[in-house]
Design a protein around this ligand. Structure first.
Ligand SMILES: [Fe+2]
Ligand SMILES: [Fe+2]
Length: 254
């Protein structure tokens, strides 16, 4: 049997945050990179699904870049609500004008990664404006036969947890994305972050995998009106493509 193609996913590194946990976010990201480097099956590519910097500051992106480059892998970064598009664009040399949406289509071996920007500058909530959906539609139309993952920061579902749903993507945008993906069966899965927990849901008939932060996690509490961060184990994901089928693993970092 052939070896799977492995896409690693890190998310919500929050460099610069100080939320009172036992480990600082920069050290936690370094530990995640060490864990990936020490893996018996090193990944082939990497995506970081937003909230890289806690305050969108240039020096915070420099820390992220320094750590990611230790992996010596092709990587894709997309923004979360804590990120600043212009600072992130400058730090990683991303194309486009300062405050434009940051999206990317990356050809990673046998896998195509489409990274979406779900952020609203200055707001915590998520959105998928028409321009972003139009970009996705065109990108999917361009490569109908390529196995594809769609990556984004805010997951496009409601959870029933008030604290999380307060920053969810607008339900009309969720529906528009669902209809769009129903026309494109080459999308194998959606992957996201933002919730600082592991979640799995179905979306447009595909799995949606939400991956924990490399830093701190959020408390699972359906009555909780506010995000409560807890020092539960961080994790990364490995999305394994084998013979056209995708199997996603969430690996705690110990
Ligand atoms: Fe986050
Ligand atoms: Fe977030």
């Amino acid at each position: 049997m052939s070896r799977p193609f492995l896409l690693a996913q890190l998310t919500d590194t929050h460099i610069g945050a100080d939320w009172g946990g036992p480990v600082q976010p920069a050290a936690a990201l370094a530990a995640a990179v060490d864990a990936l480097r020490g893996s018996p099956d090193p990944p082939d590519a990497l995506v970081v699904t937003g909230d890289l910097a806690n305050d969108g500051a240039g020096e915070q992106y420099a820390v992220v870049g320094e750590q990611l480059r230790r992996l010596k892998l092709p990587f894709v970064v997309l923004p979360g609500n804590h990120d600043d598009r212009a600072a992130m664009r400058g730090a990683f040399g991303l194309p486009g004008d300062r405050d434009d949406a940051i999206h990317a289509a990356a050809e990673l071996g046998p896998l195509r990664l489409l990274a979406l920007d779900t952020t609203i500058p200055g707001a915590a909530g998520g959105a998928l404006p028409e321009a972003e959906l139009h970009w996705l539609e065109r990108a999917l139309h361009d490569a109908r036969d390529r196995p594809t993952i769609v990556a984004m920061h805010h997951p496009p579902v409601l959870t029933g947890v008030p604290a999380w749903d307060a920053t969810a993507i607008d339900s009309r945008d969720q529906t528009a994305l669902q209809r769009l993906l129903e026309r494109h069966p080459q999308v194998l899965a959606l992957i996201a972050g933002h919730l600082h927990r592991t979640l799995v849901a179905a979306f447009a008939g595909r799995p949606l995998v939400v991956v924990p932060s490399t830093y701190m996690q959020s408390q699972l509490d359906w009555s909780c009106e506010e995000f409560v961060l807890v020092p539960e184990p961080p994790a990364f994901a490995l999305h394994a493509l084998l013979d056209g089928r995708l199997v996603s693993h969430v690996q705690p970092i110990v």
